[in-house]
Write a protein that binds this ligand. Structure first.
Ligand SMILES: C[C@@H](O)C(=O)SC[C@H](NC(=O)CC[C@H](N)C(=O)O)C(=O)NCC(=O)O
Ligand code: NI
Length: 129
């Protein structure tokens, strides 16, 4: 049965990105240095990473520090949290960016919020459980 494994994004500063994803309760699951390709991969996800749980593959191209264009096509990653407002506050107190405060989704009822990682990739927080 095929499984969705990860989404890869290019980042400017691995430590800053990992610190941000730590604010969402994720941690560095594994890292792969590729000297021949001059890049490093860091996979972040949740501690209780069950088989099939999606991960984010942070790719750092050595020396590529001036950023990438996120573009208008990319929307967001989504993370389920028990309390969106509390999760958004945790991001804010940790120095992360909250771009849309907790509240019912437009035209709907599910409580969501949006936060942004250091490279401008958006993460939707969805209230679940
Ligand atoms: C179901 C949940 O995972 C969503 O992402 S719905 C969030 C909603 N999405 C859109 O409006 C998509 C269409 C929009 N024109 C776009 O291109 O992004 C959303 O972002 N709502 C905004 C809000 O503040 O509720
Ligand atoms: Ni969504």
């Amino acid at each position: 049965m095929p499984r969705y494994l990860h989404t890869m994004v290019r980042v400017r500063d691995l430590d800053a990105s990992i610190r941000f994803y730590n604010l969402l309760g994720m941690r560095e699951l594994r890292r792969r240095e590729v000297p021949d390709g001059k890049y490093t991969l860091v996979f972040v996800g949740y501690d209780d990473n069950q088989a099939g749980e999606a991960e984010i593959e942070l790719t750092y191209n050595w020396g590529q520090d001036d950023g990438y264009e996120v573009g208008t096509g990319f929307g967001h990653f989504a993370v389920a949290v028990p309390d969106v407002a509390a999760a958004a506050d945790a991001v804010r107190s940790g120095g992360g960016k909250v771009t849309r405060e907790a509240g019912p989704v437009k035209f709907g009822t599910t409580v969501i919020a949006f936060v942004e990682d250091p490279d401008g990739y958006k993460i939707e927080l969805i209230q679940r459980g």
